[in-house]
Design a protein around this ligand. Structure first.
Ligand code: NAI
Ligand code: MG
Length: 490
């Protein structure tokens, strides 16, 4: 493993604007902390409005310059080179995420396949972009066709829970489509996105095509209000998403919103519990629960309710909570003190509202864990639909388990949420599975599985979990404009 201090010393901490890493004009910076130790890892440049302006101008100039003349095959080649470089440096990129936001090192390295596959998938789509010729009934002989054009300058605003993955997943399809990008990483996780930016340059992405402005919400807000941005692609909380939608109205920007969730995971009594129990547990506890699609509302048919509650609790207790750099750690700390205080609020709220604490429920501070915000994987049983832990996104390792009796009942309760990101169904009866799949109002449903993701498969929300799809060809489409062309033939 690369020595962490050497790796950080080697990683850019300034803004990436027009192909160079530069300080912000106001010369301000902010600290990024290691959530395991509380220590400062690095100071990151904070972009103000003038820097955002420069980044947007560089992105526009790139579109009007050589990047706009790249053929699809050239864009593909550059993305394939980028994929090779990310693969080459993957262990270092993963280590940065581990150091900065606490994803355990083995899990962080386990994302190599999905990240590199996404880059290659979107590289492949660069040469698959196409319009149509359209039959029409105009009285004179006119041919109609559509051209697909890059939408322009994209603002990509990402959260801290999967920084490298999110940066790659947003930037690659935008470049495949021929757009240029200004990326705003989350203030808790800037390092792997900045290093990814350096790899873009090394891969031959021309100056100005990928710009990175680091900073907190104000930096993001400056981007969303900027008239030079054509499209905003956002992943994060519902509340920030709502603010961005409002800001986008000023210049009628296109927006894609990947927001939060409170996803139902439904276990019927005939399910293979030897699979359902561990998957349901990891459907909540993965990444210490800091996952948008987490299956945090676990509905269990009454006949197997006690068995599943006991099984999920036993699984939770078997998970190795520990420092993120230990290879055998399965659950690391929460990303920050701020995130801990949000989660801690719900650890108190659950029992106060009458939920039964089965396991966990508190911060763990033994030995080396004292310096980080480690929360024991927590299981609440006998949860009712009106409790705060049943309704609000906690974004921590907290499972709420509910008993149900009938399909109709569980569908109604599963849908009684403002969110609709994902859901799971566990049964050996395909008819029952498909009935549930059709009726749960969410953008992704897994049957006898949880969390499968692939760059070829669309992912996104119903209801207040957002709109637009990432993954699949729809993702590239979201970075394209359609131009209709009429040609008189006689
Ligand atoms: P957030 O949604 O505020 O942050 C996400 C990104 O948006 C960050 O890059 C942030 O700097 C930026 N941002 C913040 N305010 C902005 C504004 N007004 N305009 C433009 N960009 C802005 O999430 P935060 O504060 O880190 O976490 C709070 C809660 O949000 C979590 O507890 C969790 O419940 C939820 N969350 C959900 C995520 C998901 O993937 N669904 C990801 C991260 C957080
Ligand atoms: Mg941090």
């Amino acid at each position: 493993m690369t020595d962490p201090a050497t790796l950080i010393a080697d990683t850019p901490t300034r803004l990436l604007i027009d192909g160079r890493f530069v300080s912000g004009e106001a010369g301000r910076d902010f600290a990024t902390l290691n959530p395991c130790t509380g220590e400062e890892l690095a100071r990151i440049a904070e972009a103000g409005p003038a820097d955002v302006d420069r980044a947007v101008a560089a992105a526009r100039a790139a579109l009007d310059g050589p990047w706009g003349r790249f053929t699809p095959a050239q864009r593909q080649a550059v993305l394939l080179r980028l994929a090779d470089l990310v693969e080459r440096d993957f262990d270092d990129l993963a280590l940065l995420d581990t150091l900065e936001m606490g994803r355990p090192i083995t899990a962080a390295r386990g994302m190599r396949d999905i990240v590199t596959r996404a880059l290659r998938h979107f590289a492949g789509l660069a040469t698959a972009i196409h319009g149509q010729t359209l039959g029409n009934s105009f009285p004179v002989d006119l041919m109609a066709m559509t051209l697909k054009e890059p939408i322009g300058v994209v603002a990509a605003i990402i959260p801290w829970n999967g920084p490298l993955f999110s940066a790659a997943w947003k930037i690659a399809p935008a470049l495949a489509a021929g757009c240029s990008v200004v990326l705003k990483p989350a203030e808790d996780a800037s390092l792997s996105p900045l290093r990814f930016g350096a790899l873009c340059l090394e891969a031959g992405v021309p100056a100005g095509v990928v710009n990175i402005v680091t900073g907190a919400g104000a930096t993001g807000a400056a981007l969303t209000e900027h008239p030079g941005i054509d499209k905003i692609s956002f992943t994060g909380s519902c509340e920030t998403g709502q603010r961005i939608i409002a800001a986008s109205a000023g210049t009628v920007k296109r927006v894609t919103m990947e927001l939060g969730g409170k996803s139902p995971n439904i276990i019927f009594a005939d399910a293979d519990l030897s699979r359902a129990i561990p998957a349901a547990a990891m459907g909540v506890f993965n990444n210490a629960g800091q996952v948008c699609a987490a299956g945090t509302r676990l509905f269990v048919e009454r006949a197997v309710y006690d068995e599943v509650v006991a099984g999920v609790a036993a699984f939770a207790e078997s998970l190795r909570l520990g420092p993120s750099l230990s290879p055998d750690t399965q659950i690391g700390p929460l990303v920050s003190a701020k995130q801990f205080s949000r989660v801690d609020h719900y650890l108190d709220r659950g029992p106060a509202e009458g939920a039964r604490l089965v396991t966990g429920g508190a911060r763990v501070t033994e030995g080396v864990l004292a310096t980080g915000h480690y929360v024991a994987p927590t299981v609440f049983a006998d949860v009712t639909d009106d409790m705060a832990i049943a309704r609000e996104e906690i974004f921590g390792p907290v499972a709420s388990i509910f008993a149900f009796d009938t399909l109709d009942e569980v569908i109604e309760r599963a849908n009684a949420t403002r969110f609709g990101l994902a859901g799971g169904v566990w049964t050996r009866d395909i008819g029952k599975a498909m009935a549930a799949v059709r009726r749960v109002r969410a953008g992704t449903l897994w049957v006898n599985h949880y969390f499968a993701m692939d760059p070829a498969v669309p992912f996104g929300g119903y209801k207040m979990s957002g709109f637009g799809r990432e993954g699949g060809f729809e993702h590239v489409e979201s970075y394209l404009n359609t131009k209709s062309v009429w040609i008189r033939m006689d």
